[in-house]
Design a protein around this ligand. Structure first.
Ligand code: ATP
Length: 820
């Protein structure tokens, strides 16, 4: 690639950098455990030895086919008329540019030749020689002179960012204490059935990861779990294995769906489904995938067969619940929320309420995430509690899945944390989690193997500072990083879909192999991009946060953040796409002035040294120049896209009109409209309310923002600076909205449902009862009779009222008397 661009590579990902105080070579030299296809050699260097965590991922053996059951999924995709791909358009524009430049160059050299023929005939040979020998440069319009090459060979500089430790505050603390597990526990020790152990071996898992060691024994007991472990540490198997074991142990009596796994994105659904299927490959348990973007009809057919385990995204699940008459959730025995904090945030709020309302109350619930907070449960306690509050306490005794066996194992299992064995509730954490336990989950076990700001253990974090008023450098810096240093297995995250698309075009025009993944694409395009990235057909995947959570793409070496994401949580997930399953990985984030606060927090939370990468200024300038020159080509690609879209739209219109003329109106409406839990009107209202909220936030006291938005809209085309500013602004708006919502939640929604304080019987007797307690709250028959009848003769005598007639309102009478 560098050769194609006429550049010479500079600092390599694995190179030693002089300024770096400690050597990085060790982590590059160790072998990666999983062998990759085409670029194996590069990846073999990718294993880290920088860190020494307790757990070491062992090499995967056997035939673990990590594919996403793509064939299955692809057959469910809607077929669309094939148009030219973006890459084809980019290629077309590139070729055109090359020919133009070639022509321009040859015209120029002709002129020079003529001029020189007249003046300096002796230099002719030299020039001709140069023309022949000189490379037929593919990117001749941005060719670099030999002087420039010197500049480009300058190495980046890496400096360790010092972090200020708070006195007396060590990382971990409260969280680590809460989750103990038997470190020597093996899969064989876990009482798992043979078919599962066979599948584990087939998938190449030699020993359980910490989260698996901690969760599987507890999950087998049918306990509710709230679990947090770093990205890429095997949470999927941690929830899937106990569930599968319980399904095997207690086979179903009737064909019903018993386990529901909810995930936030379609791609993650496909992946979780694939992993579950692989774990269940040697038993009779059936699985089903119900995510958006795939064919509804075939999903409905699969649901009618009542699969044991259903993996779904909330929207599509609700669609089925409302439109597939025989499908319901009343038989769900286990509910799992993968990426639980996301599933319970405002985005899914209405949908989750609807799903929980339809779910059986008698269930085990498990929440999993790398960024789990106690708040997750607390914040959602109000509405969640509504449905779980009145649960049958006899559930555990009556038995969900294999309860008898569970009861016997509970007391004898040597693999449960010591604290758990001592007392069932000692594993529940004190403080905030108590609130969560009492409202969201039933006596949940809190298993925090990592803190919720921990990044993957083998991740090396780097940051590139964007200087004030140099926001426009971001694209140039990213291009420089991708061309010179991180050339393959890279995920580049942007804040907006538009920027992701632009980066795809820009990098594509530079000759890099790029794909994009975001919500503006069809499902086919999304999956195709992922497939190509997994199959190493492309080197760089530009994505929005839709790809930030959960995706397990083998061999991702680098994650680049174009801007810092919305929150630290988003950051943890994004950078978690690399350094998975014991492998090393690197993240490089571009940080501007306005994002430094988040950087500080990241540095503070980091357990390994965080580094600042400094690119030579000349390099940035060169790439900036290159991009500027490319603007017209970017525009040309966008034009091609717009033209093709227009053409497609008119084709659709013509076809519709044709069908209308031929077969009448009913042909267009032969499909009955699908119902949803919200009416169209409600959905519209919700959207408007959310948009207004955002709008309100954007304008709140921030004149700068208001002006920025207005100016950008007016101009239509943004400058590089404005584009970057817009990315940051979007992240800030999200963060503010979240903060506002959290503040509001604490006031209005997060009332912890505290149990009435239990007073010991002895103490109760000692407590003095007030007159209020004794008289007004006494609802016994005798007391009520007495109250109706009024005071007795004795009492009236005491009050000096015995001479008055009984009955009537003696109080008012006496008052009347006094007044007189
Ligand atoms: N016991 C094990 N031994 C070796 N590899 C494992 C083991 N368990 C899981 N893995 C592998 O680890 C990788 C990450 O697993 P998984 O996707 O479940 O992580 P995760 O914790 O859910 O990550 P995220 O938080 O990003 O969703 C997968 O490739 C999986 O095959």
């Amino acid at each position: 690639m560098l050769a194609e661009l006429g550049l010479i590579g500079t600092i390599g990902e694995d190179d030693e950098v002089p300024v770096e105080p400690e050597s990085d070579s060790a982590d590059e030299e160790e072998e990666g455990p999983i062998v990759l296809g085409r670029k194996q050699k590069a990846l073999q260097k990718n294993r880290s030895a920088d860190f020494n965590p307790d757990f070491v991922f062992t090499e995967k053996e056997g035939a673990y086919d990590g594919s996403w059951a793509m064939a299955d999924v692809m057959s469910q995709l809607k077929k669309k008329r094939a148009a030219t791909t973006l890459d084809e358009k980019i290629e077309k524009v590139r070729k055109k540019r090359k020919t133009e430049d070639k022509e321009a160059k040859s015209g120029k050299s002709e002129k020079e030749k003529e001029a020189k023929e007249g003046s300096e005939p002796e230099e002719q040979e030299d020039l001709e020689g140069k023309d022949e020998e000189g490379p037929e440069d593919e990117d001749s319009e941005t060719d670099y002179s030999s002087a420039d090459e010197n500049i480009l060979t300058k190495a980046d500089t890496l400096k360790v960012k010092e972090r200020k430790k708070k006195k007396g505050q060590e990382a971990g603390g409260f969280f680590e204490d809460a989750s103990q597990y038997d470190e020597n526990l093996s899969f064989q020790d876990m009482n798992l059935s043979r078919p599962l152990l066979k599948a584990i071996t087939a998938m190449g898992f030699k020993q359980p990861t910490p989260i698996q060691k901690a969760c599987i024994p507890v999950g087998l007991l049918g306990k509710d779990i709230c679990a947090c472990a770093a990205t890429g540490t095997g949470k999927t198997a941690a929830f899937a294995l106990p569930v599968l074991e319980r399904l095997i142990y207690k086979p179903r009596q009737a064909p019903v769906t018993r386990v529901l796994v909810l995930v936030p994105t379609r791609e993650l659904g496909i992946q979780v489904h694939s992993v579950t299927k692989q774990l269940a490959q040697f038993c009779n348990i059936t699985t089903c995938l119900a995510v958006g973007g795939l064919d509804v009809k075939s999903q409905e057919a699969a649901l009618r067969a009542a699969p044991d385990i259903l993996i779904a995204t909330p929207g599509r699940l609700i669609d089925h619940l409302h439109n597939c008459p025989s499908f319901h959730l009343s038989s769900i025995e286990v509910l799992i929320l993968d990426e639980a904090d996301r599933m319970l945030d405002e985005y899914f709020e209405e949908q989750m309420k609807e799903i929980i309302r339809m779910c059986s109350h008698h269930r085990q619930t498990m929440l999993f995430s790398a960024t789990m907070t106690d708040e997750v449960g607390l914040r959602n306690s109000a509405w969640w509690g509504e449905w779980r509050g009145a649960e049958d306490p006899a559930w555990a005794a009556a038995g969900g899945l294999g309860q008898t066996w569970l009861a016997s194992t509970a007391s004898s299992s040597p693999h449960l944390p010591a604290s758990w064995q001592a007392s069932e509730h000692s594993c529940l954490c004190a403080g905030q989690v108590k609130d969560l336990a009492s409202v969201s989950l039933k006596n949940p076990v809190r298993i925090f193997v990592n803190s919720n700001t921990d990044v993957a253990p083998f991740l090396r974090q780097e940051f590139v500072r964007i200087r004030p008023n140099r926001e426009g450098d971001r694209e140039a810096i990213v291009a420089a990083l991708l061309t010179r240093t991180f050339t393959d297995h890279v995920m580049l995250f942007t804040q907006t879909k538009k920027q992701a698309h632009r980066m795809h075009i820009l990098l594509g025009l530079m000759g890099l192999q790029v794909g994009e993944l975001h919500g503006n694409l069809s499902q086919t395009q999304r999956l195709e991009a992922l497939r190509r990235f997994k199959d190493e057909q492309i080197d760089i995947l530009v994505a929005t946060d839709v790809a930030a959570r959960g995706l397990d793409i083998e061999g991702v070496k680098t994650v680049i953040n174009f801007t810092m994401p919305n929150t630290i949580k988003h950051y943890v997930h994004r950078v978690g796409r690399t350094a998975r399953a014991g492998r090393a990985g690197r993240s490089v984030s571009l940080v501007g002035e306005e994002e430094r606060k988040m950087l500080k927090e990241i540095v503070k939370a980091a357990k390994a040294p965080v580094k600042a990468r400094i690119l030579p200024q000349d390099v940035i300038l060169k790439f900036r120049d290159k991009i500027e020159k490319m603007e017209k080509d970017v525009y040309a690609v966008l034009q091609l896209e717009a033209e093709e879209k227009e053409l497609q739209q008119s084709e659709v219109q013509i076809n519709t009109a044709k069908r209308l003329l031929e077969k009448g109106k009913e042909v267009l409406n032969h499909e009955p409209e699908r119902s949803w839990f919200q009416t169209k009107e409600e959905r519209k209202k919700e959207k408007i309310a959310k948009a207004l909220q955002e709008f309100d936030l954007a304008l709140r006291g921030k004149k700068k923002r208001k002006k920025f938005m207005k100016d950008a809209k007016k101009k239509g085309e943004m400058t590089a600076e404005e584009r970057s500013q817009f990315e940051i602004l979007k992240a800030q708006m999200f963060a503010e909205r979240l903060a506002k919502r959290n503040r509001r939640a604490k006031r209005a929604r997060a009332m912890p449902e505290e149990e009435p304080a239990r007073v010991p019987a002895k103490k109760q007797k000692q407590l003095k009862k007030s007159v209020f307690d004794e008289e007004l709250t006494n609802t016994s028959k005798k007391a009520l009779k007495q109250y109706r009848a009024g005071p007795s003769f004795e009492e009236r005598k005491q009050l000096g009222l015995h001479h008055q007639r009984r009955g009537g309102n003696f109080k008012s009478k006496s008052r009347y008397k006094r007044r007189k």
